[in-house]
Structures are given as structure tokens and as C-alpha cells.
Design a protein around this ligand. Structure first.
Ligand SMILES: C[S@@+](CC[C@H](N)C(=O)[O-])C[C@H]1O[C@@H](n2cnc3c(N)ncnc32)[C@H](O)[C@@H]1O
Length: 456
């Protein structure tokens, strides 16, 4: 039975018209009119408009009832009607923009660690790096990823080695490692409920907040920015009801989901100057695991080097003047959530955790690092990804310098990665060189060498 019939009947009775009079005035056959009022027949759009005019009633309201009756009676599986309507609502709201959300909602696959956009990520090179380490080293039980970035290399090392240390100076990276790897209790159903609740938030009912006021319309569409700010605050407000692991999973989940939709070319040094289309924003949990053999730090690599001992240290520092804390300042602000004053077009906070590896001191800092590491193998990634015309893109340590310093620590082999590992055919990577140095540390040679080296 169509509900619109009952509504029309009530309007007519309220207005005090007998059926026959309506039939004469609006020129609809009496049997038809009676079937419409009994809910047995759906009125046409034209009939609705004539009736609305006659009763002096809002035709839009009646048309909405007619459309919804049509939808309700079209269901072949009424048991999934509500879910179907929710998805239909999003398709209507977002049109083609719906696709990324579709991928998120239908395939509820957790987000993988490797899916993050990160300058210098070795996600595509891990197979090459780990194979070389496998063949060139022996008896390695402990592994350190001392400039871990996305931790894509650590991710491969965890199942192979007895002990893995993961370190990076950034707060946002640290939260990610703890969400993906750290041991601790967490309840996936509880987290899914929280996420589902976030996914049904209506941005129009949310107030402006720190995140939307600063980043809305710039790095994110304004309504999306409102949601991000609201969710970040909510995670903080809920902290007492969450385990540590749950807290870190939620924060890492927030970073990973907003990473995909940022209005940037992959970092937050600048946003793209164009109006941002409304985007669907639905969270999907990260693929959280827990590993007993992992130790996580957020320390300056050179300070940590003085405190740890291990069989192998993988070293992948920044090589040019572009600071990671500035590239990813928005995530740092989001994770620290101390709502700092922001400056400049890119809305950066006062600089923190600036890396000496991005300065003229890079060579000495690198020397200091390798000379202080207590390890049997040094494995160093070196690339010229940003070796372009701009000064800021020039590498701060030259290839020959790295080789020279490493040779002072022990016999060093150099491997060059074939393009097929990282080049998907894009011409801008034509000159991209990706090298890996593997040094078998000779303690005697190292101890003798560094007195002279440090006098450079
Ligand atoms: C080239 S990226 C590492 C990429 C990483 N191997 C990956 O696969 O994603 C360099 C990393 O070093 C970190 N970093 C820079 N200076 C540091 C320092 N002094 N101590 C610790 N981490 C530092 C940056 O935050 C950045 O994540």
C-alpha cells in the first residue's frame, strides 16, 4: 500500500471536500482517485501537481512522498533496505566522487602500512633491499631502522629478525608505528563501532573547530576539515576509555584516511590552489597487528645511536634541505593536538625537530652517526630523487663522501637498483638512482679511522 494515498485522503478530509467534487475539479477519474487514496495506485507527477494546486498544498512534500513510495516498493530484498538507502544517499550526494568511498565501504579491508604517500618511502624497494641484506650478511638477529619514515622496511624486517628497533623523529610517524606494531590489547569491534559512528556524522551539525578554521578550504574541503577536527578532539576526549593501543590505532587510522584525500601533491609544504570539491569522508581501520619483538623510539638518530647495540642498522636519512617536519607539519599538529599558532601560506607551526641531515652539517652528522653505532653491519640507502635544478633539492652529502666514510668503517659494497623496481615508466624518474651500501664493520679499522675523519 502506497503511503501517499493515505496522506492525500487526510488532506482532502481536512479540507472538507467529498471525493466527487475533487474528481470534478482536478479531472481525475473517480475510480482512479479512490484507488490512489486507498494506496492501491501511485499517482502520476501530473496528478500530484493538480491535487496540490487544488488543496493549496506544498507539491514538493507530496512529490517526496511519491518518490519514496516508489523506492520502498522497488526493493527486492527489504531486509537490506536501510543499508541500501544509506548507500543510495551517498551516491546521490557525491555523484562520481562516490567511487573512493565505495572502495572503502564495500571492501572493508583494513588499510595497509605501505599505502601511505611519503616522500622517500622505500615501500617499492623493500624486496630489493631485503634480498641484498639476506645475501650480503650473516648471523643477523637484531635490526634497527633508525630513520624509519613509513616503516615499510621495518615491516619486512619484523618477521625475519628476533629484535627490531624502529625510530623516527616525527610524532606522527611514532603514532603510526605504535598503531600498526606495538603490543597491547585492543577490541576491533569497539573500534569499528567508533569508526561507524564517525562515518555517520553530518558535517552540517558540527561546529567549526581548530582544524577546520585553519586547514578548511586549503588542505581539505571545509566540511571534511570540520569532521577531521571533530574526530581528533573526540579521540582525545575518549582517551580514558581507550587502551593505549586503541588510542594509537585510532590516531594512525585518522592519518591514513586523510592522507588519501589531502589537496596536495603528497606533502604539506603547499596546497593546490583550486576550489576543493565536496568529498565523501569515511574512515577505514588500519591493519593493526602486534609484535613482541619490536621496540619503538622517537629520538634523534645520533642520540639513539649512542644507546643501542644491534647486528645491523639500516640508515635512510634525508639527503637534501627539505625538512620532513615541515613536509608533514599538518600531521604533527594533528597528532600533538596542542593547537599551536600557525604561520605562512602553508600554515606551519614554529619549527620543531629540524634535522641536521638537511643542512651543511649533514656530512659531519652522518660521520658522527656511523662512528657511534655499535653494530656489525651498516646498510645505507642513497638516492638522488630530488636532484633537480633547484638548490634546495641538491644532496647535502655527495655519493663519494658516503662511500669514503663507510669505507672507514669497514669493507663496503655498493649496489644500484634496476629501474624496474621503482620506475613505472615516468620520464621524470629517468635520472633517479637508488643505491644501497652494505658495510661489514671492522671495529679496528673504524676506531683508527675516525680521529682523522672528524677533523674534516
Ligand atoms: C628518507 S626518510 C626515510 C624513509 C623510510 N626508509 C621509508 O621507507 O619510508 C627519512 C626519515 O628520517 C627522519 N629523520 C630526519 N632526521 C632525523 C633524525 N635526526 N633522527 C631521526 N629521524 C630523522 C624523517 O622524519 C624521515 O621520516
Amino acid at each position: 500500500m502506497y503511503a501517499i494515498g493515505q496522506i492525500l485522503k487526510e488532506i482532502r478530509e481536512e479540507s472538507g471536500f467529498p471525493l466527487q467534487e475533487v474528481q470534478q475539479q482536478v479531472d481525475i477519474d473517480l475510480t482512479q482517485l479512490s484507488r490512489i487514496e486507498n494506496g492501491k495506485r501511485l499517482p502520476t507527477v501530473d496528478q500530484i501537481q493538480r491535487l496540490a494546486r487544488f488543496y493549496n498544498y506544498d507539491d514538493k512534500t507530496l512529490l517526496i512522498h511519491r518518490e519514496s513510495d516508489k523506492i520502498v516498493y522497488s526493493f527486492e530484498y527489504p531486509e537490506i533496505a536501510i543499508e541500501t538507502l544509506k548507500v543510495a544517499e551517498e551516491k546521490v550526494r557525491y555523484g562520481v566522487q562516490y567511487l573512493p568511498m565505495f572502495q572503502n565501504t564495500i571492501y572493508q579491508k583494513p588499510i595497509s602500512l605501505e599505502s601511505r604517500r611519503y616522500i622517500g618511502s622505500k615501500a617499492k624497494l623493500t624486496e630489493w633491499i631485503m634480498n641484498l641484506i639476506d645475501t650480503e650478511t650473516e648471523g643477523v638477529e637484531s635490526f634497527v631502522d633508525i630513520f624509519a619514515g613509513t616503516a615499510s622496511v621495518s615491516h619486512q624486517a619484523i618477521p625475519k629478525y628476533e629484535h627490531v628497533i624502529i625510530n623516527d623523529i616525527l610524532h606522527s610517524n611514532n603514532v603510526i608505528y605504535r598503531g600498526f606494531f606495538e603490543s597491547g590489547d585492543w577490541d576491533v569491534e569497539k573500534l569499528n563501532d567508533i569508526i561507524t559512528n564517525y562515518n555517520t556524522l553530518d558535517p552540517d551539525s558540527i561546529e567549526e573547530n581548530y582544524f577546520s578554521e585553519n586547514f578548511g578550504g586549503k588542505f581539505y574541503e571545509h566540511n571534511t576539515a570540520k569532521l577531521i577536527g571533530y574526530i581528533r578532539q573526540d579521540i582525545e576526549d575518549m582517551k580514558a576509555e581507550l587502551t593505549k593501543k586503541e588510542y594509537f590505532i585510532l590516531l594512525a587510522t585518522l592519518i591514513y584516511n586523510i592522507d588519501k584525500i589531502a589537496n596536495t601533491v603528497g606533502h604539506f609544504d603547499a596546497y593546490i590552489k583550486r576550489p576543493i570539491k565536496p568529498q565523501p569522508f569515511r574512515l577505514r581501520l588500519i591493519d593493526a597487528k602486534e609484535f613482541e619483538n619490536v621496540e619503538i623510539y622517537r629520538k634523534d638518530a645520533n642520540l639513539l645511536a649512542r644507546k643501542i647495540a644491534s647486528d645491523l642498522v639500516y640508515i635512510d636519512p634525508p639527503y637534501n634541505s627539505r625538512q620532513y617536519c615541515r613536509f608533514y607539519h599538518l600531521y604533527e599538529t594533528l597528532i600533538k593536538w596542542d593547537k599551536p599558532r600557525l604561520f605562512g601560506v602553508a600554515l606551519k607551526p614554529v619549527a620543531e625537530n629540524m634535522s641536521t641531515y638537511c643542512t651543511v652539517k649533514a656530512r659531519d652528522t652522518f660521520t658522527d652517526l656511523v662512528s657511534n653505532l655499535n653494530t656489525r653491519y651498516l646498510v645505507v640507502s642513497y638516492n638522488n630523487t630530488y636532484n633537480s635544478k633547484s638548490n634546495s633539492s641538491e644532496n647535502k652529502i655527495r655519493l663519494e663522501e658516503i662511500e669514503y666514510i663507510l669505507n672507514k668503517c669497514g669493507n663496503t659494497k655498493v649496489f644500484e637498483c634496476s629501474h624496474r623496481f621503482f620506475n613505472t615508466g615516468k620520464t621524470e624518474f629517468e635520472n633517479h638512482k637508488e643505491l644501497l651500501f652494505i658495510t661489514k664493520v671492522d671495529e679496528e679499522r673504524k676506531n683508527k679511522s675516525f680521529a682523522t675523519l672528524l677533523r674534516w
